[in-house]
Design a protein around this ligand. Structure first.
Ligand code: HEC
Length: 164
Protein backbone atom coordinates (compact mmCIF):
# COMPACT_ATOMS: atom_id res chain seq x y z
CA UNK A 1 0.00 0.00 0.00
CA UNK A 2 2.76 2.43 1.02
CA UNK A 3 4.93 1.43 -1.92
CA UNK A 4 2.14 2.06 -4.39
CA UNK A 5 1.47 5.58 -3.20
CA UNK A 6 5.25 6.23 -3.34
CA UNK A 7 5.51 5.27 -6.96
CA UNK A 8 2.43 7.35 -7.75
CA UNK A 9 4.21 10.24 -6.09
CA UNK A 10 7.29 9.81 -8.30
CA UNK A 11 5.14 9.43 -11.38
CA UNK A 12 3.51 12.75 -10.56
CA UNK A 13 6.88 14.48 -10.02
CA UNK A 14 8.07 13.13 -13.36
CA UNK A 15 4.96 14.42 -15.08
CA UNK A 16 5.26 17.90 -13.56
CA UNK A 17 8.94 18.32 -14.44
CA UNK A 18 8.13 17.16 -17.96
CA UNK A 19 5.52 19.90 -18.27
CA UNK A 20 7.92 22.53 -16.86
CA UNK A 21 10.67 21.50 -19.29
CA UNK A 22 8.23 21.67 -22.19
CA UNK A 23 7.18 25.18 -21.14
CA UNK A 24 10.77 26.37 -20.83
CA UNK A 25 11.46 25.10 -24.29
CA UNK A 26 8.49 26.94 -25.84
CA UNK A 27 9.38 30.09 -23.89
CA UNK A 28 12.83 30.15 -25.48
CA UNK A 29 11.28 29.89 -28.90
CA UNK A 30 9.27 33.07 -28.22
CA UNK A 31 12.37 34.96 -27.09
CA UNK A 32 14.14 34.11 -30.29
CA UNK A 33 11.18 35.50 -32.24
CA UNK A 34 10.98 38.82 -30.39
CA UNK A 35 14.75 39.35 -30.83
CA UNK A 36 14.19 39.62 -34.57
CA UNK A 37 11.57 42.37 -34.43
CA UNK A 38 11.59 44.93 -37.28
CA UNK A 39 14.15 47.72 -36.97
CA UNK A 40 11.44 50.39 -36.61
CA UNK A 41 10.99 49.52 -32.94
CA UNK A 42 14.71 50.16 -32.38
CA UNK A 43 14.70 53.80 -33.60
CA UNK A 44 11.47 55.57 -32.59
CA UNK A 45 12.17 58.42 -35.04
CA UNK A 46 11.64 55.92 -37.89
CA UNK A 47 8.14 55.11 -36.62
CA UNK A 48 5.55 57.32 -38.36
CA UNK A 49 2.61 55.82 -36.49
CA UNK A 50 -0.76 54.76 -37.88
CA UNK A 51 -3.17 57.35 -39.24
CA UNK A 52 -3.84 60.01 -41.87
CA UNK A 53 -0.40 61.69 -41.72
CA UNK A 54 2.30 60.12 -43.92
CA UNK A 55 4.64 63.08 -44.41
CA UNK A 56 5.15 66.39 -42.57
CA UNK A 57 7.35 69.09 -44.11
CA UNK A 58 9.10 71.08 -41.37
CA UNK A 59 10.14 74.65 -42.11
CA UNK A 60 11.22 77.49 -39.83
CA UNK A 61 8.99 77.76 -36.75
CA UNK A 62 5.72 79.57 -37.57
CA UNK A 63 4.76 82.02 -34.79
CA UNK A 64 1.05 82.14 -35.70
CA UNK A 65 0.79 78.34 -35.55
CA UNK A 66 2.65 78.35 -32.22
CA UNK A 67 0.08 80.76 -30.76
CA UNK A 68 -2.85 78.69 -32.08
CA UNK A 69 -1.21 75.51 -30.81
CA UNK A 70 -0.77 76.96 -27.34
CA UNK A 71 -4.50 77.75 -27.16
CA UNK A 72 -5.51 74.27 -28.30
CA UNK A 73 -3.05 72.78 -25.82
CA UNK A 74 -4.59 74.70 -22.94
CA UNK A 75 -8.14 73.61 -23.77
CA UNK A 76 -7.60 70.02 -24.97
CA UNK A 77 -4.36 68.68 -23.51
CA UNK A 78 -3.41 70.43 -20.29
CA UNK A 79 -5.71 68.26 -18.14
CA UNK A 80 -3.26 65.42 -18.76
CA UNK A 81 -0.01 67.05 -19.91
CA UNK A 82 2.52 69.66 -18.94
CA UNK A 83 5.63 70.34 -20.95
CA UNK A 84 8.06 70.21 -18.03
CA UNK A 85 6.61 67.58 -15.71
CA UNK A 86 4.60 64.37 -15.58
CA UNK A 87 0.87 64.77 -14.89
CA UNK A 88 -1.50 62.00 -16.06
CA UNK A 89 0.60 61.59 -19.20
CA UNK A 90 4.30 62.13 -19.88
CA UNK A 91 5.94 65.57 -19.89
CA UNK A 92 5.92 66.69 -23.53
CA UNK A 93 9.14 68.75 -23.46
CA UNK A 94 11.63 67.22 -25.90
CA UNK A 95 8.97 65.10 -27.59
CA UNK A 96 9.89 66.46 -31.05
CA UNK A 97 13.40 65.08 -30.51
CA UNK A 98 12.25 61.58 -29.52
CA UNK A 99 9.27 61.06 -31.89
CA UNK A 100 8.79 61.74 -35.59
CA UNK A 101 6.40 64.62 -36.50
CA UNK A 102 4.16 62.15 -38.34
CA UNK A 103 3.94 59.91 -35.26
CA UNK A 104 3.03 62.88 -33.03
CA UNK A 105 0.26 64.06 -35.38
CA UNK A 106 -1.10 60.54 -35.89
CA UNK A 107 -1.26 60.05 -32.13
CA UNK A 108 -3.23 63.29 -31.76
CA UNK A 109 -5.55 62.59 -34.75
CA UNK A 110 -5.96 58.82 -34.59
CA UNK A 111 -5.54 58.31 -30.87
CA UNK A 112 -7.67 55.21 -30.37
CA UNK A 113 -5.97 53.09 -33.03
CA UNK A 114 -2.51 54.30 -31.95
CA UNK A 115 -3.27 53.42 -28.33
CA UNK A 116 -4.38 49.97 -29.42
CA UNK A 117 -1.61 49.11 -31.87
CA UNK A 118 1.50 51.30 -31.73
CA UNK A 119 4.46 49.66 -29.93
CA UNK A 120 5.78 52.95 -28.46
CA UNK A 121 2.36 53.80 -26.99
CA UNK A 122 2.05 50.25 -25.65
CA UNK A 123 5.31 50.69 -23.72
CA UNK A 124 4.12 54.04 -22.32
CA UNK A 125 0.79 52.63 -21.13
CA UNK A 126 2.80 50.28 -18.92
CA UNK A 127 4.48 53.32 -17.32
CA UNK A 128 1.54 55.77 -17.09
CA UNK A 129 -1.27 53.26 -16.41
CA UNK A 130 -3.65 55.44 -18.47
CA UNK A 131 -4.62 55.50 -22.12
CA UNK A 132 -4.58 58.80 -23.96
CA UNK A 133 -8.04 59.64 -25.32
CA UNK A 134 -9.02 61.39 -28.57
CA UNK A 135 -9.74 65.09 -28.06
CA UNK A 136 -11.63 65.93 -31.27
CA UNK A 137 -8.63 67.69 -32.75
CA UNK A 138 -8.69 68.71 -36.43
CA UNK A 139 -5.68 68.29 -38.72
CA UNK A 140 -4.77 72.03 -38.75
CA UNK A 141 -5.04 72.03 -34.93
CA UNK A 142 -2.76 68.99 -34.70
CA UNK A 143 -0.24 70.74 -36.95
CA UNK A 144 -0.43 73.85 -34.71
CA UNK A 145 0.12 71.66 -31.62
CA UNK A 146 3.19 70.17 -33.26
CA UNK A 147 4.50 73.69 -33.95
CA UNK A 148 3.90 74.69 -30.31
CA UNK A 149 5.94 71.67 -29.16
CA UNK A 150 8.70 72.41 -31.71
CA UNK A 151 8.94 75.97 -30.38
CA UNK A 152 9.19 74.78 -26.77
CA UNK A 153 11.89 72.28 -27.73
CA UNK A 154 13.94 74.82 -29.66
CA UNK A 155 13.82 77.13 -26.58
CA UNK A 156 14.68 74.23 -24.21
CA UNK A 157 17.47 72.15 -25.76
CA UNK A 158 17.82 69.99 -22.62
CA UNK A 159 14.09 69.22 -22.21
CA UNK A 160 13.29 65.52 -22.17
CA UNK A 161 16.95 64.47 -22.22
CA UNK A 162 16.18 61.79 -19.62
CA UNK A 163 13.11 60.46 -21.50
CA UNK A 164 13.05 57.50 -23.86
C1 HEC B 1 -6.81 61.65 -20.70
C2 HEC B 1 -5.47 62.18 -20.59
C3 HEC B 1 -4.80 62.70 -21.84
C4 HEC B 1 -5.20 63.73 -22.67
C5 HEC B 1 -6.46 64.58 -22.57
C6 HEC B 1 -4.14 63.89 -23.66
N1 HEC B 1 -3.16 62.98 -23.44
FE1 HEC B 1 -1.45 62.78 -24.51
N2 HEC B 1 -0.95 61.16 -23.44
C7 HEC B 1 -1.63 60.68 -22.34
C8 HEC B 1 -0.98 59.47 -21.87
C9 HEC B 1 -1.42 58.66 -20.67
C10 HEC B 1 0.12 59.26 -22.73
C11 HEC B 1 1.11 58.08 -22.72
C12 HEC B 1 0.60 57.03 -23.68
C13 HEC B 1 -0.58 56.27 -23.10
O1 HEC B 1 -0.45 55.75 -21.99
O2 HEC B 1 -1.66 56.24 -23.76
C14 HEC B 1 0.13 60.36 -23.69
C15 HEC B 1 1.09 60.51 -24.67
C16 HEC B 1 1.21 61.63 -25.47
C17 HEC B 1 2.31 61.90 -26.37
C18 HEC B 1 3.55 61.05 -26.57
C19 HEC B 1 4.59 61.46 -25.53
C20 HEC B 1 5.89 60.73 -25.71
O3 HEC B 1 6.77 60.87 -24.86
O4 HEC B 1 6.03 60.00 -26.70
C21 HEC B 1 2.03 63.09 -26.98
C22 HEC B 1 2.87 63.79 -28.05
C23 HEC B 1 0.76 63.54 -26.48
N3 HEC B 1 0.30 62.64 -25.56
C24 HEC B 1 0.15 64.72 -26.88
C25 HEC B 1 -1.10 65.10 -26.46
C26 HEC B 1 -1.79 66.26 -26.97
C27 HEC B 1 -1.20 67.24 -27.99
C28 HEC B 1 -3.01 66.30 -26.36
C29 HEC B 1 -4.14 67.28 -26.60
C30 HEC B 1 -4.72 67.25 -27.93
C31 HEC B 1 -3.08 65.15 -25.46
N4 HEC B 1 -1.91 64.45 -25.56
C32 HEC B 1 -4.17 64.85 -24.64
C33 HEC B 1 -2.76 61.21 -21.79
C34 HEC B 1 -3.51 62.24 -22.35
Amino acid sequence: MKRRSFSKFFLLIGLISGIILLNLHCGNGEDAESASEPAESADPMQNKGIGPISNVELGPIDAAQVAQGEQVFQTKCSACHKLDERVVGPPLGGVTRRRSPEWIMNLILNTNEMVEKDPIVQDMIAVYYTKMTFQNVTEPEARALLEYMRKYDSDHPQAGADMQ
